[in-house]
Design a protein around this ligand. Structure first.
Ligand SMILES: [Mn+2]
Length: 372
């Protein structure tokens, strides 16, 4: 009996705004399209039977018509080769009246199927002796595979879900959940998961279950490369699941303790060595105490280094202000009192507000230290 080859992707987030990248957001939006095109290339060169997209292909249920046109073009390339594309609407591109999955642009292609039911529903690909089970996101917050068992009718049984994997004590609530127990009892040969943007193996019992991660990084994290999964199923053999890197950029957060670095010149050298025009780097500095650091011109450092990266952001971590640092500047001094007030402010803020407070703190501290 012939085996089955699948390419598994999810969380492409086409059209994502990338506001945190400032003027480079548009370039990263274009990169997502280029990376998706690479995924389609890979589906063709790897001669897969089907491309599985386990949710959040688009960043929104109402993407720009031009973007939908690009995706129709890409899926046409697969369609003309007889390669199937199976799509589960996700949380970002959820099924909505008049939304992208109702307009018909995508589903007019012969080899494209969109799962529109809000419970696991099989779609049979007769020529491949394959049943694919999938669903659109519902918001019941329950284990969506509870009691589910794929029927033995077809030779191959594959599932697609955009859901969080339940980890007792850690992950227990989300719109869609799936439990270890229900995955183990699903009778599927492979479960393609989406929703978490980092690749991971969540196989249970005899059921291989994987998050493929985003093909192109979306958020600043540990600098993982974007990838897709090539899944090969053969009669009587365990599934072969192989990560294939397709991402172009990396996004990384770095915490640096200035006291360990030594001096501003050494900090410059440290960051200079990391220069990479495809790297988004957020550096959080802490422990910059002493005159050397207080007098350094952070804006100039950032301006000097930024062109060597795709995007660079330097910020002072409020967590870096230790009790000891505060001790170094007694409360009755201007700096000491400023640090105490600023720290209280930063504790009350989060997100963009926190970044603004951190910037004010950084400038204020440099200013005061420069005068002392
Ligand atoms: Mn997502």
């Amino acid at each position: 009996m012939a085996g089955l080859r699948l390419l598994h992707t999810a969380d492409v987030h086409l059209g994502a705004p990338f506001g945190f990248l400032g003027r480079r957001g548009r370039e990263q939006r274009d990169q997502l399209k280029a990376t998706f095109s690479r995924v389609v290339d890979l589906a063709m060169t790897s001669q897969v039977d089907a491309l599985l997209i386990a949710g959040d292909l688009f960043d929104s249920a109402y993407p720009q018509p031009g973007l939908v046109g690009e995706v129709v073009y890409q899926l046409q390339r697969l369609d003309s080769e007889g390669i199937w594309t199976l799509i589960a609407p996700g949380t970002h591109d959820r099924l909505q009246p008049g939304g992208v999955y109702e307009s018909g642009d995508l589903s007019s292609l012969a080899h494209v199927h969109i799962f529109r039911d809000v419970e696991m529903t099989p779609y049979s690909l007769g020529g491949l002796d394959l049943d694919v089970y999938g669903m659109a996101v519902n918001s019941e917050g329950k284990d969506v595979l509870k009691g589910f068992r794929a029927e033995d009718a077809a030779r191959w049984r594959v599932g697609m879900l955009h859901a969080s994997f339940m980890l007792p004590g850690k992950v227990e609530r989300d719109e869609m959940l799936v439990s270890a127990e229900s995955v183990a009892g699903s009778n599927l040969h492979y479960l393609a998961l989406g929703h978490w943007h980092t690749r991971g193996d969540y196989s249970q019992g005899n059921t291989p279950a994987f998050y493929c991660g985003s093909p192109e990084p979306l958020d600043i994290g540990r600098g993982e490369e974007g990838s897709v999964l090539l899944v090969e199923l053969e009669e009587g053999e365990p599934a072969r699941v192989q990560a294939i890197p397709v991402g172009h950029r990396r996004m990384s957060r770095l915490e640096l303790d200035a006291s360990g670095i030594g001096s501003p010149a050494e900090l410059y050298a440290h960051l200079r060595r990391m220069a990479d025009r495809d790297l988004v780097l957020e550096v959080r500095l802490k422990g910059m105490w002493g005159d050397d650091w207080a007098a350094s011109d952070w804006d100039r450092l950032e301006d000097e280094l930024a062109p060597l990266f795709f995007h660079l952001r330097l910020s002072i971590s409020p967590a870096g202000i230790t009790a000891q640092d505060v001790e170094a500047y007694p409360e009755k001094t201007v700096i000491g009192s400023f640090i105490r007030i600023a720290r209280e402010e930063m504790e009350l803020r989060e997100g963009e507000d926190l970044l603004v407070a951190e910037e004010a703190f950084r400038l204020g501290l440099a200013h005061l230290a420069g005068r002392s």
